[in-house]
Design a protein around this ligand. Structure first.
Ligand SMILES: NC(=O)C1=CN([C@@H]2O[C@H](COP(=O)(O)OP(=O)(O)OC[C@H]3O[C@@H](n4cnc5c(N)ncnc54)[C@H](O)[C@@H]3O)[C@@H](O)[C@H]2O)C=CC1
Ligand SMILES: O=C([O-])C1=[NH+]CCC1
Length: 290
């Protein structure tokens, strides 16, 4: 399987996740990226991540394999050496929140006073950490389908956060909304969303799963991390028929505008390259310190 992935990576630097339905896990996603140094394409590494999404607490594993020297050869020139195994869960939490924060920086209303987080798991926590570190909000609200978990989430924090009893109560008037739940049906409805708000939609990463309703998806300007990923993996996009306006990267490089005066949705699916770059940074820091 690694050989097949390596073959594909030689052909195509950005790969969609491979989705395998394996009993009893149901779903394993494998996300891949490649790191290379310099024009000679030496010192390349292949990164794979395996996620199990079907159980309440997903398991993640990063494997970084070392040095595929010959870029024109589609079979491995030598058996790959296992370079390292990393904690994929920690990296995934941080890198996903970091990408959402870029979307918020580009698309949130100029005056953003209220942050609302739906969900109280790993992603909810990493998004809380990054968003409150980078932006100043007057009020932060959290909703979780399990109110005790929401309360536990809030108890761990230094700053005051309001626990809401319903999604509607949590989102009314919010300027920035993060959806980070395991929902498979819409929980956030367009009729509740303040015009001009920004939604970072992190959950519902399967083609038949939803977090946002059709009204919101069709009325908002929709940005994605990867068009290819979004049209293959996102139920919110596929099932609503919403049009993707631009990729985040296309806004950053100036090809498409950030329509921050409109209601915006950033539909995040996660990309292998985000894992590859994060794994590289972690490894470099480790090597420089130990
Ligand atoms: N876009 C991306 O790059 C990534 C997306 N994800 C997705 O983000 C979501 C959250 O992931 P984690 O925080 O790691 O999971 P977690 O298991 O730590 O937290 C899940 C949260 O969703 C809630 N929840 C579960 N089922 C629900 C339902 N039917 N309705 C409403 N709430 C429900 C739980 O109570 C909990 O608060 C998942 O859908 C996961 O697949 C995860 C990693 C990366
Ligand atoms: O990129 C990723 O790690 C994931 N995307 C959807 C769930 C996990």
């Amino acid at each position: 399987r690694l050989k097949a992935v390596a073959f594909l990576l030689h052909r195509q630097p950005h790969l969609l996740k491979t989705q395998l339905y394996v009993t009893p896990l149901e779903l394993v996603l494998s996300s891949c990226g490649v790191i290379e140094n310099g024009e000679q394409r030496q010192n390349k590494a292949l990164i794979t991540k395996m996620n199990n999404l079907s159980i309440s607490s997903p398991d993640y594993l990063h494997i970084v394999n070392d040095t595929f020297a010959n870029s024109d050869c589609y079979c491995l020139p030598q058996p790959p050496k296992l370079l390292t195994i990393m904690d994929g869960e920690a990296i995934t939490a941080k890198r996903t929140a970091a990408v959402s924060a870029i979307s918020a920086k580009l698309f949130k209303p100029a005056l953003s006073e209220v942050l609302c987080i739906l969900g109280s798991g790993q992603q909810a926590r990493s998004h809380y950490d990054v968003f409150t570190k980078l932006f100043k909000f007057k009020e932060v609200r959290v909703w979780s389908r399990n109110k005790e978990m929401a309360q536990r989430f809030v108890n761990d924090l230094q700053d005051p956060v309001t626990v809401c009893s319903s999604v509607k109560e949590a989102v009314i008037g919010a300027d920035v909304i993060v959806t980070a739940t395991g929902a498979s049906q819409p929980i956030l409805f367009g009729e509740w969303v303040k015009p001009g708000a920004h939604i970072a939609a992190v959950g519902a990463c399967r083609p038949d799963w939803r977090e946002l309703d059709d009204v919101l998806m069709r009325e908002a300007v929709v940005y994605v991390d990867s068009r290819e990923g979004a049209t293959a993996e996102s139920g919110d996009i596929i099932l609503s028929g919403a049009e993707v306006f631009a990729e985040l990267g296309e806004v950053i490089n100036g090809s498409f505008p950030a329509q921050r005066e409109k209601t915006t949705v950033f539909k995040s699916l996660g990309m292998g390259i985000q894992d590859a770059v994060s794994a590289k940074l972690v490894l470099e820091k480790w090597n420089s310190e130990y």
